[in-house]
Structures are given as C-alpha cells and as structure tokens.
Write a protein that binds this ligand. Structure first.
Ligand code: ATP
Length: 322
C-alpha cells in the first residue's frame, strides 16, 4: 500500500537515511524502532511530505507521492506534542479539519461523534485543551486525525510525553483502535517494549540504516544483527570460532555442579523481579557477565560468590550475522 523505493535523505551532504526500500501493507501496524537520531522521524516526515527525499520514491496505492504537498496526501500525522488549538473546545479541535475540507455538516457531526466515541472523549467534548490531562489531550489529537478518515495514520512518539501507567493504558487503546478502524498505522518509537506490544511488523533502525524488518516474534527469536539482538530484549552474546551467537536469559540455566556445563562462573548478583529471579553470573574464562532468568518457583537460594555452571541447549543459540 505504501511503498518506499530506494528512499534516501541527506542533510547538508550528510546521509541521515540510507537508501531504504520497504512495503507497508494495508491495515498494517508498522513501527520504526531505534535509538534517538537514527532517522525514524525523518522517514515519517518524508512519508507525510514535510521533507523531500534526496533520492527515491514514495508511492501510496501505486501513486507517486514524492511531488505532492502534505495536504494532498491521504494521510495524517500525530505528534508527541499534540498541537491542539488552545482556544477551541475538544469538539471544535476535532471538527477543524472537517470544516476546512468543507464536508456537509451532517457528515461532520457523524465523524465527530464516531471519533469521540472511539477515543472515549464523549464526556469531555465541551472542554478546552488546558482543562484536559496529557493523556486526554493526546486522545483528542488522535480523534482529530481519525475523523479525517485517512488511509494512513503516521504517529511520531505519540505517547512519549506521558507517564508510564498512562502510556500503558493508551498503548492498549491504540492497538484496539487500529484493529477496529483497519487504518494503516506507521508508528515511531524508541521504546522496544511498546514496539513489541503494538506492531504487526517492526523496522529496526540504527544510524540511518535498517538492521532488520520482521514481526515482533521473528525479531525476538531470530535477531539478524548484533544491534537487533541487544536492542530488543536482553541477550547474552557469546563468540565461538569467530562467530557471534546470542542466547536469551530465559534460555540459560544454572547448575550447582558445573560438570558438563558449557561455561563456568560465579554468581555476582541475584535480583528478585516479582515473577522471576535474575542471576548475573561472571564467567570464569571470559571477561563477560551473563544474565540468567529463573522462574520464581525455582526456590534454590542462590548466594553471591557461589560457583555455578551455566548451560543451555544448542538449539537455543541464535547465530548473529552472515
Ligand atoms: P528522535 O527519536 O530523537 O526523534 P530520530 O530517530 O527520529 O530521533 P531524526 O529526527 O530522523 O531521528 O534525525 C536523524 C538525523 O538527522 C539526526 O542526526 C538529526 O540531527 C538529523 N536531522 C534531522 N532533521 C534535520 C534537519 N532539518 N537538518 C539537519 N539535520 C537534521
């Protein structure tokens, strides 16, 4: 549905997005995930039309968007800072774009009511932005975008300014909303948990380059690069015969008797994290620590300084890179 073909962006001769080709499917929740400065926002702004690619093409439903101005593209952008009109009520904020499009009043009413219901703002329609919490303001920004019925919604860290609890609530709401609307969402975040929870597919970016594209499950189970392996979830990276391989903490086991174990080490730390224990083990022959996650039902009292064997099944090793 959206096709990026060799899209590249330079600022003052410096490449910030290396040539990127990507097809985003209709109705898909696609997330651009990566650390600050990796080029996520620039990609979103190119799709929105606020930035021109230095080279390459962006197609929406087969039509080349590259030369179309933002207001002629059938998509809407939601920012971290909601940019609501402060002197307008919630309802008027949502209505604004519909009025600009000169939709018949009846259609406007219908769309406002739908958007308000879906975003649970019905009781707040007469309020002004300063009378709303951050989460409610963000809901208004989302309601305003969906009332336009765009083919694509572009969301740039829309939950970034909210506290953790509110963020979690809005994450589920967003996912639910996206499913029921069937609109394609292109979402930007640097929060790997958020990306895992929301997305159908994730594009992992690092320094303007794509590291990996895949479903959350694929990326977690079979990271293709060292960056993917360590950016999404925790991983233990071992090297063997010149190759790197990764083993997730929950795939490692610790034994009191190191005999037959793949590595030997010493318990450095024991962390109780509610439903799990995490052990940090300093390996004997390598300058590295590994994390081991144990179910809380494992009642063995591990003590700091004790010698242990670290083991895993070979089938749980994931080879990184070519
Ligand atoms: P963040 O999560 O911090 O928003 P990001 O991954 O979205 O980061 P971008 O905002 O896309 O990253 O920026 C990518 C790179 O491009 C950065 O190094 C940034 O400094 C640079 N950049 C972005 N916009 C411009 C601009 N208008 N002129 C020059 N450099 C820019």
């Amino acid at each position: 549905m959206i096709e990026l073909s060799g899209v590249e962006k330079q600022f003052a001769g410096q490449v910030v997005v290396h040539p990127l080709s990507l097809t985003i499917k209709e109705g898909e929740f696609l997330t651009l995930l990566g650390p600050s400065g990796c080029g996520k926002t620039t990609i979103l702004r190119m799709i929105a039309g606020f930035e021109q690619p230095t080279s390459g093409q962006i197609l929406l439903d087969g039509t080349d968007l590259t030369s179309l101005p933002p207001n002629r593209r059938d998509l809407n952008l939601v920012f971290q800072h909601y940019a609501l009109f402060p002197h307008m009520t919630v309802e008027d904020n949502i209505a604004f774009g519909l009025k600009m499009k000169k939709l018949p009043p009846k259609e406007q009413r219908k769309r406002i009511d739908e958007a308000v219901t879906m975003t649970q703002l019905t009781a707040l329609v007469k309020r002004y932005p300063h009378q709303l919490s951050g989460g409610q303001q963000q809901r208004v920004a989302i309601a305003r975008a969906i009332a336009n019925k765009p083919k694509v919604l572009l969301l740039d860290e829309p939950l970034g300014a909210l506290d953790l609890q509110l963020r979690k609530n809005l994450q589920s709401e967003l996912k639910h909303l996206q499913r029921s609307l069937g609109i394609t969402f292109v979402y930007v975040t640097h929060d790997q948990e958020e990306a895992m929870m929301l997305s159908d597919r994730i594009v992992i970016m690092n320094s303007g380059k794509v590291e990996q594209i895949g479903t959350p499950r694929e990326i977690y189970a079979t990271p293709k690069t060292l960056f993917s392996a360590t950016f999404v979830g925790e991983n233990n990276i071992f090297s063997l015969d010149g190759r790197l391989f990764a083993v997730r903490p929950e795939k490692l086991s610790v034994e009191r008797n190191p005999e037959g174990c793949k590595r030997v080490g010493e318990v450095m730390d024991v962390l109780y994290l509610g439903s799990i224990h995490k052990l940090v083990v300093q390996l004997e022959d390598e300058p590295m620590t590994v994390s081991v996650v144990l179910d809380i039902s494992d009642e063995r009292p591990w003590t700091i300084g004790e010698k242990v064997g670290v083991n895993w099944k070979t089938e749980n090793e994931v080879v990184i890179g070519p």
